[in-house]
Design a protein around this ligand. Structure first.
Ligand SMILES: Nc1nc2c(c(=O)[nH]1)N[C@H]1C(S)=C(S)[C@@H](COP(=O)(O)O)O[C@H]1N2
Ligand SMILES: [Mo]
Length: 307
């Protein structure tokens, strides 16, 4: 997260969803034509989705903005890099390896994940540490469901998540931005909190590649960088892991990264945020407005120290 200039693209620069879908279909068709026989097709539909708890009724960010103004550094640092390059990521077949301190380690195929865990819509605020925010209707399921399914061993204290590290897929200007794979972590109680979900879609459809297909984390009370995209591995561990951003700039990015208007950041004022869809500035809420649900997780902790 270097000091780039960020702006919301004006409407004329935003690819309408239909064009974007057509382009994807075209790219898929081109791929299919080159690799003659049975190229795995991207799932076009999700199983049944029911409304879930904790959803906000605030105005939602448009699909166009949410899919064109992205942070996904594997595909480059500019806000439109992910929309331009993430189609390179092949998301089917995909599996997530679950290992470490679990009773039943192994690789879980995406089909099995979709078949096993009932999907819910969760409309959450997303607050980036760069002081912009969106409201996104995610489709996913509680991470706690997956952890219950594999059985967490009593000595596990944290969960480590890893993205993909196929540097071949990355545009040249992205390869050296971070140590790959992208890594994030949560304390076990944060991971088990019912607000924490693994998302497989948004806006009623399969997750667009640039938003972290086929499966990503969403932790709405923390800065957006905790919500790791395109997860390949989930490890239950005893020691607190070091995230990619902590490793890169430990004074700027803490392990907790709870949204906190009182903790200063050297580059972005955290007291207010810009809602991308209306351009207005609003006050940033402690825990991104989810304090009632999560404040108890941090009882007795000095959050200016454990930032
Ligand atoms: N693998 C991976 N996950 C990532 C990132 C990234 O660069 N790589 N960026 C993070 C940041 S900084 C933010 S704000 C959110 C943005 O999610 P969105 O682009 O879907 O809005 O994704 C997070 N997850
Ligand atoms: Mo972010």
């Amino acid at each position: 997260m270097r000091p780039y200039r960020y702006r919301v693209p004006p409407a004329r620069e935003i690819t309408p969803q239909q064009t974007w879908l057509n382009r994807r279909a075209l790219i898929a068709a081109m791929g299919a034509a080159l690799a003659a026989p049975a190229l795995p097709r991207k799932a076009t539909a999700l199983p049944e989705v029911v409304p879930g708890p904790f959803s906000t009724d605030e105005a939602q960010t448009s699909f166009e903005v949410a899919t064109n103004y992205c942070n996904f550094f594997e595909f480059g640092p500019a806000k439109d890099d992910p929309a331009r390059h993430a189609h390179r990521l092949i998301t089917d077949p995909w599996s997530v390896t679950i290992d470490g301190l679990v009773e039943r380690p192994g690789a879980m195929a995406m089909e099995d994940i979709l078949a096993r865990f009932p999907l819910e819509e969760r409309i959450y605020r997303l607050r980036c540490v760069e002081a912009w925010s969106m409201v996104i209707p995610w489709i996913g399921f509680p991470l706690a469901d997956l952890l219950a399914n594999v059985g967490v061993r009593p000595d596990a204290r944290h969960v480590l998540f890893e993205g993909f590290d196929d540097t071949e897929l990355m545009p040249d200007h992205a390869r050296n931005l971070l140590e790959w794979p992208y890594r994030e972590g949560l304390r076990l109680d944060e991971a088990l909190h019912p607000l924490t979900i693994l998302a497989v879609g948004m806006y009623g459809q399969v997750m667009p590649n640039q938003n972290g297909a086929p499966i990503r984390l969403v932790v709405p009370w923390k800065y957006g960088f905790k919500s790791i995209k395109s997860i390949r591995r989930i490890s239950l561990v005893a020691e607190r892991p070091v995230s990619s951003w902590q490793e890169r700039a430990p004074r700027e990015y803490g392990y907790y990264a709870n949204v906190n208007p009182q903790v200063r950041h050297p580059r972005w004022h955290q007291a207010t945020e810009r809602r991308l869809h209306d351009g207005g500035r609003i006050r940033t809420e402690m825990f991104n407005g989810y304090g009632e649900e999560v404040a108890h997780l941090y009882d007795g902790m000095d959050l200016s120290e454990h930032y």
